[in-house]
Design a binder for this molecule. Structure first.
Ligand code: PBG
Length: 323
């Protein structure tokens, strides 16, 4: 008989031993739960492209936030579908818009729940791009003032964390300065630093009615083939004052998460985006994969890659499973 010097299977022999040597512990504290807020009251309508996720009026967003908090989830991330759209996206800084109203309600009722505001213009512009247009192009610098206005309006509404997802150059510095000037020096910025031009945002754009009316976002979001460029983007956001840096999407970008984790000291967030969620839901609905095991494996993988914070539509389910 051959002599085997070391037997790794010994440490896999029972659930007890596996629990003792597990290197990555997924926790409910890792999660951020995204919510889509719509105008009106008492609205709770399932989003066809995101089964199990809902369009919620501000009052119903509060109820879901309550549920998230009760499960121990530390934070929610708010997206809005506004009442009106125009070329500048001015409903994005309207204090009566769904996101601002939901923030006020949630902060009042659940002061300990961290409220994060997505700052971008694509849901609010009639052309669906993430900034002001000059001809067919998104004009970077004039867009910065608008993004700063959105950030300040969300801070006024109670947002603890401002999360710019537009990918304009210089937006973190512009937002930091505006927040400080307006008396919100204590509010943090979670920057979508390495955000790629991804097909995985498809279901979100249907949910948020934010698809560009012409062209695509490749002139501002990153090329999926690049990782050195991601380091540069993160570096810039850190130097401009970001408190948390983000990689988005997560699953096809695990190497980017891992490299950012190794190269920077700030907390790293990863966004497990709509298409990643929708794939799991579709496969599970067809009986092709087990939803719970698949989901927990994905979330554990994202954490193992180096994410401290995982933004995920699975948060409510995963939190319940982890109980
Ligand atoms: C807004 C924004 C998007 C997402 C988050 N913020 C869409 C986009 O950039 O087109 C995607 C989130 C998801 O797919 O879950 N710019």
């Amino acid at each position: 008989m051959r002599e085997i010097l070391y037997r790794p299977r010994r440490l896999r022999a029972s659930a007890g031993i596996r629990n003792m040597v597990r290197e990555t512990q997924l926790s409910v504290h890792d999660f951020v739960y995204p919510i889509f807020v719509v105008p009106g009251i008492n609205i709770r309508k399932e989003i066809p492209s995101l089964p199990g996720q809902y369009h919620l009026s501000a009052d119903q967003a509060l109820e879901i936030a309550r549920q998230a908090a009760a499960l121990g989830i530390p934070a929610v991330l708010l997206f809005g579908l506004p009442e009106y759209k125009d070329a500048k996206g001015s409903s994005a800084w309207d204090m009566k818009s769904p996101v601002q109203r939901a923030m006020m309600l949630i902060k009042k009722a659940l002061p300990d729940l961290v409220v994060i505001g997505d700052v971008c213009l694509c849901e609010y512009t009639d052309h669906g791009h993430c900034g002001l247009l000059k001809g067919q192009e998104v004009d970077n610098d004039p867009t910065l003032d608008l993004l700063a206005r959105v950030a300040v309006s969300q801070a006024k509404a109670g947002a603890d964390v401002i999360a710019p997802s537009d990918m304009m150059d210089g937006r973190v510095a512009a937002i930091r300065e505006a927040l400080d000037v307006e008396g919100f020096a204590q509010r943090s910025i979670m920057a979508y630093s390495a955000k790629y031009a991804s097909a995985f945002y498809g279901p979100f754009r249907e949910a948020a009615d934010s698809a560009p009316k012409f062209g695509d976002r490749r002139a501002y979001q990153m090329d999926p083939a690049n990782v050195r460029e991601a380091m540069k983007e993160v570096d810039l956001d850190v130097s401009e004052g970001a408190d948390i840096i983000m990689v988005k999407p997560a699953m096809a970008y695990m190497d980017v998460i891992s490299k950012v984790r190794e190269s920077f000291e700030l907390p790293v967030a990863a966004y497990n985006v709509s298409g990643e969620y929708a794939m799991v839901k579709a496969a599970a609905a067809n009986g092709w994969m087990e939803e719970q095991r698949t989901t927990l494996e994905i979330l554990t993988g994202i954490k193992r890659a180096g994410a401290d914070i995982i933004i995920t539509y699975h948060a409510l389910d995963a939190a319940a499973w982890l109980r």
